[in-house]
Design a protein around this ligand. Structure first.
Ligand code: DQA
Length: 137
């Protein structure tokens, strides 16, 4: 299986950013662990802080080049009609993930433009949210 993880804004700072919320492991270290644990899955990763680049990547991966997309659109989850529309537009199934439990946080994090068109949503399990998403495919 080929899966693509797309991470949105500020997730390049994982490990340094608010470690009380997001943990102290960098995403690249975590990704190495995931790849070791799931050698049968071809896992690739893309991160961007730019909304349009995330949309471009969804288009690129959305029509047959991979079996599934794991999307943490980070703050854009709660603001981006464009990313929500891109998820609706593509054919590849998208699983939405969040590290923190967004429902236990500020009210503006309770809405998601991604969820209505996602295959499923995994929220609040720390970095393990990504692993659960891999297992869902
Ligand atoms: C996040 C939750 C978002 O509300 C926040 O803006 C992020 C990360 C998470 O994975 O917990 O940047 O998507």
């Amino acid at each position: 299986k080929k899966l693509l993880i797309i991470n949105g804004p500020n997730l390049n700072l994982l490990g340094k950013r608010e470690p009380n919320i997001y943990g102290s492991l960098s995403f690249t270290d975590f990704l190495d662990e995931l790849k070791d644990k799931y050698p049968e899955v071809e896992i690739s990763h893309y991160q961007s802080n730019i909304e349009g680049e995330i949309i471009d990547k969804l288009h690129e991966a959305g029509f047959g080049t991979c079996d599934g997309i794991i999307l943490n659109a980070a703050a854009y989850t709660h603001t981006s009609v464009g990313i929500g529309d891109a998820v609706a537009a593509i054919e590849t199934p998208v699983v939405e993930v969040h590290i923190s439990n967004t429902f236990d946080r500020e009210g503006y994090r309770h809405i998601s433009y991604v969820s209505p068109n996602a295959k499923g949503v995994i929220v609040g399990f720390g970095l393990q949210s990504y692993e659960l998403a891999i297992q869902s495919f």
